[in-house]
Design a binder for this molecule. Structure first.
Ligand code: FES
Length: 145
């Protein structure tokens, strides 16, 4: 057997991730494996760095689709290097800034709801973001479910 290949159990032990998570990431196209003649999965050792990259990215709230796209920008889907991580994490800073800004807006809107409970389609900012009913003009409104 190739000494550079690892079984799912070994990868799980080394990465701290469940074997089911490895299968999931593989189905999602974030990692890949080869098969033994007995049809068992084998992973290259550098899968550990990819998994680290995935875990850190998820911790900062990057959606799986964006992680996949980021990994796909690497030539030949190679393992992310320190330089790659630096470049990608810089790009994600703006993503995080936008999320923080959005959450701050939500928090401020929530201030008006605390202790209210009306969930009004007319006056509750959270239940009527962007005041979409205002576009329909004054008068009776049809309740949407
Ligand atoms: S619940 Fe009343 S304003 Fe949001």
């Amino acid at each position: 057997m190739n000494a550079h290949l690892m079984s799912p159990g070994e990868v799980a032990a080394r990465s701290g991730m469940a074997v089911s998570a490895l299968h999931f990431y593989e189905r999602e196209g974030l990692i890949s494996s080869t098969r033994t003649p007995g049809n068992q999965r084998r992973y290259r050792r550098d899968v550990l760095r990819r998994l680290g990259f995935i875990r850190v990215s998820q911790r900062v709230g990057i959606p799986l689709g964006e992680i996949r796209e980021a990994l796909a920008t690497l030539p030949e889907s190679r393992t992310p290097t320190k330089q790659d991580w630096t470049r990608l994490s810089r790009g994600w800073r703006s993503h995080l800034d936008a999320r923080i800004e959005q959450l701050e807006r939500l928090r401020d809107d929530l201030d008006g709801c605390i202790g209210c409970g009306c969930l009004s389609l007319r006056s509750c900012t959270l239940n009527n973001p962007g005041d979409r009913l205002a576009e329909q003009g004054p008068g009776p409104v049809r309740l949407e479910v």
